[in-house]
Write a protein that binds this ligand. Sequence first.
Ligand code: AMP
Length: 396
Amino acid sequence: MNVLVINCGSSSLKYQLINADTEEALASGLCERIGIDGRFKYKSNTGAKVEKEATMNNHEDAIKIVLDALIDAQNGVIKSLDEIGAVGHRVVHGGEKFAHSVVINDEVMKAIEECNDLAPLHNPANLIGINACKALMPNVPMVAVFDTAFHQTMPEKAYLYGIPCEYYEKYKIRRYGFHGTSHSFVSKKMAEFAGMDINNSKIIVCHLGNGASVSAVLNGKSVDTSMGLTPLEGLLMGTRSGDLDPAIIEFIANKEGKNISEILNILNKKSGVQGMSGGLSSDFRDLGAAAAEGNVLAKQALDVFCYRVAKYIGAYTAAMNGVDGIAFTAGIGENDGAVRESVLSYLGYLGIELDKEKNAIRGEEVLISTADSKVKVCVIPTNEELAIARETVALI
Ligand code: AMP
């Protein structure tokens, strides 16, 4: 069966058509600037590549263009839309309502809408994508896969904040965590790849991309994670500050005459390694190159990033009373050997030994710790689309 995986943002839409039997991606791409001027990218496993401007007034237009490309006589990968057996939607926030993926029906749509408050930028866009697919493929079953669901196994002591309890009771303010699909996929893959029994394992997953989070996965279940009510908490990220003293918000507000939403915009979009490096870049390739040429701010940003990842690994080792495996994944985790080496340099006390030659390998699953290392450390490429396709097939 072919599964169309959809990841909708407010003005963008990523898609992938996956043959769920062979787990091969048949086609993938991106619609950008929906409602503005519209840009469409498509590539297939047969080598076809399309990049063009395309009018997309809304997400329904965008999905229509995607479907047309998939069945296109020249560049398409299927003959008709009947060959799409199901659609899997990435949904960012499932609140406390969704601890698992679900088949989408009217009740589920309503429950997702009720979580809009918790992810005001993302959930409404996800719903728009679901509605657009419903309109164009009314008879195709659809599944919602939530970014938060994997972390719903966290115990209270990990998810409650130290604020008056009424805010949890009234508004459900608590830690939810994100990147759950990736943490779930990578922890399972790590156990499989490193020959560990997932049901008897202590794994720390470092999902280090433009957005970054760490999770503690005990016996296959998430017991803690660094992102919180929103993705702003935790690690230093591309443009997000991660953890900081909340009093800084008032301090900057008073000094700079800004309101809370302006400051949150700075913390989300202008901070992180980009802000720390004086606006140089959020991309670790640029920062690495600049640091090598002596740029002090770039080096500081990279140092803070790695130090903070190492601190979270230390914290989660304590949370699980030990660690058997550490997995690095996502753009930085999979590609930046210098970051991995720097993070691991703090963890000698755990008996971790890095194999520097293995650490240079890219693009595949690889054990980067030595045979003598007391903790197995792996690079495990994440594949959220495939994980969504698997969940979708399992549910329908
Ligand atoms: P993601 O959000 O998982 O797509 O990760 C994107 C980020 O990964 C980029 O912003 C870069 O900082 C980082 N990245 C991608 N490729 C490389 C690379 N070859 N070396 C270092 N960092 C990389």
